[in-house]
Ligand binder design. Structure first.
Ligand SMILES: Cc1cc2nc3c(=O)[nH]c(=O)nc-3n(C[C@H](O)[C@H](O)[C@H](O)COP(=O)(O)OP(=O)(O)OC[C@H]3O[C@@H](n4cnc5c(N)ncnc54)[C@H](O)[C@@H]3O)c2cc1C
Length: 445
């Protein structure tokens, strides 16, 4: 029998490496194509695969966090990103932080273990290749390939180049005695409103203007939309710019009068377990966001599930453009993996790469394909990518407890523990149903 045609994986980043290894483990031939080191994106600088472009931390490894749970899940599925991370770990408390150079060297060694992976560097792909393809070229996909992808979409407006994200906070950390529920002009009660007096507003503007910011990188300055200016930039335009803009109180009454200003919180999901700060996209550092946004009345104890951001990031409108196995609707043999499908973060990108590798292998081998259960973190990310949270505007998301179904329990510790146990069981059953072997990290060394 002739050898099956290789699956072409474009981009040897976090997602591409995970996808390639999942395919290779199932005996499928893979061509992994990477443009480095001949061509670098503006953020990459190391020659090897799976480069961490900024922080060296893969966030918490502790199972009482959503990042820790996601790691546990993909460890069980044989994540090579976590294998490389475990081998090159540096001390960072409960966070999984690595030596970045050693991390990519470890990944080079891991890829070298698989005879059926042909890893071709210095290969910039300009148009989508023939055959079964996984595009894992990340948020800084090179221009020509981005154009080629755009042409394959149902609408060329479904390829986005910027993130303007408002922070999301845990509903349990909101002080319900201070905020009030209402929509403007009494049209429903969809928002939680944080009311400011004039003094509170003025004090808020002052700390907002002076809080630490992350700088735009050189390659990010090319487009800067008026409609999604960072909140701190708006605050600089005048003392009352925010009170007439995103913090306008019109149509809202609290305790018999109109507040001087408000921050509106909009629910992120049907069970109201997470809220975003409407219009508060920001370039403040994470520490700056904690400092400033905890001064908003009602948010003194705010727990951040996702921080706000404004940065360059290419991703597609996945709920509209992708099929169940994350292939293009217009051309399902071309699957997308990693950050490009609208997840945010190193581990999330790797997890989606792993999942798409698993799904592609199942399709190629004629095995059943079933999405991961929504009780798992992997399933929650998949549900997000498929548009299952019913958000009007699709935007990249980190894993967080707000994406997991309600446990019906009260108390954060209890709820998280129950969600973790439920996730573990659901993953185990899913793997059994699909005949996916538990492949603990490093099992094939
Ligand atoms: C500037 C920046 C900083 C970030 N900082 C963090 C952070 O600190 N923490 C965090 O959790 N997340 C961070 N992220 C978000 C994100 O999680 C990472 O970008 C993550 O690496 C995405 O994984 P990926 O596999 O999808 O893409 P990548 O890891 O970027 O991998 C894509 C690969 O594809 C290659 N490639 C691109 N185009 C082509 C082509 N045409 N042909 C061949 N190869 C190609 C690239 O060279 C690269 O190796 C950051 C993102 C950016 C842009």
């Amino acid at each position: 029998m002739s050898e099956p045609a290789p699956v072409v994986v474009v981009g040897a980043g976090l997602a591409g490496c995970e996808a390639a290894v999942q395919l290779a483990r199932r005996g499928l031939p893979v061509r992994l194509l990477e443009m480095k080191p001949r061509v670098y994106s503006p953020a990459h600088s190391l020659p090897g695969p799976a480069e961490l472009v900024c922080s060296n931390s893969l966030k918490s490894d502790s199972e009482d966090t959503a990042h820790g749970l996601l790691k546990r899940e993909i460890r069980g599925l044989g994540s090579v990103i976590l294998e490389a991370a475990d081998r090159t770990r540096v001390p960072a408390g409960t966070a999984l932080a690595v030596d970045r150079k050693k991390f990519t060297e470890a990944m080079t060694a891991i890829l070298g273990r698989f005879e059926n992976i042909v890893f071709k560097q210095n290969t910039e792909v300009g148009t989508i290749p023939e055959g079964e393809v996984i595009l894992a070229t990340g948020p800084l996909t090179s221009k020509e390939l981005a154009r080629s992808l755009q042409h394959r979409l149902e609408s060329d407006e479904d390829l986005f180049f910027y993130d303007a994200l408002a922070p999301i906070i845990d509903a349990e950390s909101i002080d319900n005695a201070t905020v009030f529920r209402a929509s403007r002009w009494g049209r429903g009660a969809d928002y939680l409103n944080c009311p400011f007096t004039k003094d509170e507003y003025q004090a808020f503007i002052k700390v907002l203007r002076s809080a630490p910011r992350t700088e735009f990188r050189e390659f990010e300055t090319e487009r800067y939309f008026e409609g999604c200016l960072p909140i701190e930039v708006l605050a600089e335009r005048g003392d009352d710019t925010l009170a007439f803009g995103p913090m306008r109180p019109v149509g809202l009454v609290h305790e018999g009068k109109r507040p001087y200003a408000v921050v509106q919180l909009r629910s992120e999901n049907r069970i109201n377990s997470a809220y975003n700060l409407v219009g508060f996209q920001t370039k403040l550092t994470h520490a700056g966001q904690r400092e400033v946004f905890r001064q908003i009345p009602g948010l003194r104890r705010a727990e951040f599930l996702r921080y706000g951001a404004v940065h360059r990031n290419m991703y597609i409108n996945s709920p509209v453009e992708l099929t169940d196995t994350l292939g293009l609707r217009t051309d399902p043999r071309v699957r997308l993996a990693g950050q490009i499908v609208g997840v945010e973060g190193y581990v999330e990108s790797a997890a989606v790469g792993l999942l798409v590798g698993l799904m592609t292998a199942a399709v190629k081998l004629g095995e059943p394909v079933e999405p991961p259960p929504e009780e798992t973190c992997l399933g929650a990310l998949y549900k997000h990518v498929r548009g299952g949270f019913g958000k009007k505007q699709f935007e990249p998301m980190n894993i967080n407890f707000g994406l997991l179904p309600d446990t019906g329990l009260r108390g954060r510790i209890k709820r998280r523990k129950a969600a973790g146990e439920r996730a573990e069981q659901a993953l185990e059953e899913w793997m059994q149903r699909l005949g996916v072997m538990r492949n603990d990290v490093g099992a094939d060394t």
